[in-house]
Design a protein around this ligand. Sequence first.
Ligand SMILES: Nc1ncnc2c1ncn2[C@@H]1O[C@H](COP(=O)(O)O)[C@@H](O)[C@H]1OP(=O)(O)O
Ligand SMILES: [Mg+2]
Ligand SMILES: [Mg+2]
Ligand SMILES: [Mg+2]
Length: 359
Amino acid sequence: MSSSPYAKELLVAQLAVQRAALLTKRVFHEKTKGTVSKDDASPVTIGDFGAQALIISALRANFPSDEIVAEEESSTLRTNPTLRDQIWALVRVTALSDPSAEALLGGAIPSADAMLDFIAEGNSAGGSRGRIWAIDPIDGTKGFLRGGQYAVCLALMVDGDVKVGVLGCPNLPIDDAAPLTADIGANQTDDEGRGVIFSAVIDQGATSRPLGAGALSDQSKPISMKPLASTEDLAAASVCESVEAAHSDQSSAGQIARKLGITRPSVRMDSQAKYGSIARGAGDIYLRLRTSKTYQEKIWDHAAGDLIVREAGGQVTDTTGSRLDFSVGRTLANNQGVIAAPKAVHGQVIRAVQEVLGL
Ligand SMILES: Nc1ncnc2c1ncn2[C@@H]1O[C@H](COP(=O)(O)O)[C@@H](O)[C@H]1OP(=O)(O)O
Ligand SMILES: [Mg+2]
Ligand SMILES: [Mg+2]
Ligand SMILES: [Mg+2]
């Protein structure tokens, strides 16, 4: 193993994300996905819980004293043995089908109860001190359920700063040069040519590699944002935004694009696949404009993507132009929305955002 900073964290994170992504793919092909509604009416499936259990067990085997902020909690499973057992069966069969990374990932989870305990360990309050991992086991659960884009997301923060970010995107093309496709309508789950892991380590650049099983042979390729520099470049840019109108103000995004001279319709896709897509130059700009004054973005929805885009030559801020602040807990309480774009044009994009939003 190379001795560059965070080499072990990167390797463990990639293997854990890969294994969790295999689990989610398995769930997609099952008839019962165990979908239940959470208190906020958003869906969660056996895939979300199972992926979170696998990632936390891998982190615990390697970094026992790190803190973990993860999206899902285990309390509903403790009173729902049927759901718990479905997840347990899935976790076991996935680990068996991915044997070659066993040594690094710490061996099998011993029991269903131990699995629930792992899921529950993602309850850190976050903050500005020490090593904290952020996990979104399935980001874009709605996209996942409809066969569109979703991402398995893992990031390490140290003293509030993201140092390592990994995104597993099972339904994106492996080919970094493949054009963007909108999420709705197309079945994007055929295995052929799809499945990619984006990674970044602070000051070491960003990469992509195919998502597979087991050991990671060296197939990482450096990725970079498209080098937009001029107003003409901007006019040909493509904008990525959420599928869900409730997650981002699509009408303001349309006005911003027009102000920048952009003529192409925006590409709507679920999840942090948007960050990965612009980081490899398949898209150019990610706009996320808040729709409510009360919703606070969650750190697990942005930490990995933020680093991957910045390491690929992009700039990521909120609509006021401030960097995303991962140091204040489980949410981005200090930020409003997200604007990600190639460095050279980010200022121009922010000006258009502020004119349209009246900031
Ligand atoms: N009102 C909201 N504004 C912005 N993001 C939201 C909102 N409600 C939920 N989300 C989160 O947006 C993420 C998906 O983003 P995208 O639209 O880019 O695919 C999900 O993690 C989802 O969280 P949750 O898991 O709680 O549903
Ligand atoms: Mg969710
Ligand atoms: Mg999410
Ligand atoms: Mg999620």
